[in-house]
Ligand binder design. Structure first.
Ligand code: ADP
Length: 359
């Protein structure tokens, strides 16, 4: 009998009320198995105080039913689920590392491949340009939480690893943008199924151990979907609002809506929708050909009762810029996509001054 077999048994236990198992929920922190003795460490954060005991009992029953397990030791670390912090109201409750950040905004999408990371990076560069013009230099950061494809450092041309000073991680910086990425902490070869459990711990580390310093805006690039990462994130960071990235196909509306729904549940307002891959613009006539259809962004915005902040065209320079580590906003200042990113950044800054009230 191996640790893997015990993990497999634990994977059959569902989190109460959910279809997901406790291993992929990140609750099983450690498993050991030696000479018939199984040791399992559980860490559970829940607002329902009965959940930790329910899970512990389920684990006991499951492992006791395995003939090879003769002794069982379960340790349980239970924490009460914290409500999301609101930056403006609970400044004092924030970890000191986040105290210098004025606005924290998540960039999310319902599914992968819609250009969420590309949008995060270019939006950060556009925000930096606008803020620099106001005399606020080096005032934008990006936290890359996309565990499944942490691509922000590459897109920003950052290829070193961050260093630690007095127990704090110093974010890396390029083009005046500070960045920290899950990719720096997660072993690239780690199978994706193992990354989920790591995320809560890593998010905590990002919130309390990264020396962000003074920032006007911190953009958080979320993994696609509606899963636990988003929930852990809103429990850890005082999110002011979320931006939703979608594509123009009308079929994308449902996917984007599902991606956005979680924010409603935790009272984080949607600041707006950004439509990406929104047709190709003829370089001479500047006319647009809508090869992926039309209306997805607008419909999504209407559906979420928010605004369509901009439509980024398909442009090979965007992809080339991402691969080279020079975002299009910096490499091609006159491109229609750059204009659009600047327009979106302007809207974001205006909305930061007066965030949409939560209904
Ligand atoms: P996501 O973060 O949603 O998974 P990415 O930002 O990694 O998506 O984008 C996926 C791929 O599409 C990347 O290769 C990126 O360079 C490319 N891409 C994204 N937006 C555009 C665009 N508007 N025009 C051309 N290529 C784009």
């Amino acid at each position: 009998m191996s640790i893997d077999a015990i993990q497999a048994a634990l994977k059959t236990i569902k989190y109460p009320g959910f279809s997901r198992d406790i291993v992929s929920f990140g609750i099983v922190r450690n498993v050991l198995f030696e000479e018939g003795k199984a040791t399992v460490a559980l860490a559970i954060t829940s607002s329902d105080s009965t959940i930790p005991e329910q899970i512990k009992t389920a684990v006991e029953e499951k492992l006791q039913s395995l003939a090879e397990v003769t002794t069982l030791e379960i340790t349980l670390e239970a924490q009460e689920h914290k409500q999301p912090l609101k930056a403006s109201k609970d400044k004092d409750a924030l970890p000191s590392t986040l105290g210098g950040i004025k606005h924290i905004i998540a960039v999310a999408s319902g599914k992968g491949g819609v250009g969420k990371s590309t949008t995060s990076v270019n939006l950060a560069c556009a925000l930096d340009q606008l803020l620099s013009a106001q005399g606020k230099e080096n005032a934008v950061g990006i936290l890359d939480c996309d565990i499944y494809g942490p691509s922000i450092p590459l897109m920003l041309g950052v290829n070193q690893r961050p260093y630690v000073e007095n127990d704090l991680i110093i974010p890396l910086e390029n083009f005046g943008i500070r960045t920290m990425s899950m990719g720096f902490l997660i072993d690239e070869d780690a199978p994706v199924v193992w990354r989920g459990p790591m995320i809560m711990k890593t998010l905590q580390q990002f919130a309390t151990q990264v020396k962000w310093g003074e920032l006007e805006v911190l953009i958080i690039d979320l993994p696609p979907g509606t899963g636990d990462t988003q929930l852990s994130l809103v429990q850890t960071f005082p999110l002011e609002a979320a931006l939703i990235v979608t594509t123009p196909q009308t079929a994308a509306v449902n996917v984007a809506r599902r991606g956005a729904m979680m924010f409603g549940k935790v009272d984080v307002p949607i600041m707006g929708v950004i439509e990406n891959m929104s047709g190709i613009i003829d370089p001479v006539t500047r006319e647009k050909e809508s090869i992926f259809g039309e209306g997805g962004g607008l419909r999504t915005a209407q559906d979420l009762q928010t605004e369509l902040l901009g439509q980024i065209p398909l442009d090979s320079h965007i992809r080339i810029g991402s691969d080279r580590g020079i975002p299009i906003v910096l490499s091609n200042p006159d491109a229609p996509a750059t204009e659009e990113f600047l327009k979106i950044a302007q809207a974001v800054l205006e909305k930061c001054k007066s965030p949409t009230p939560v209904e």
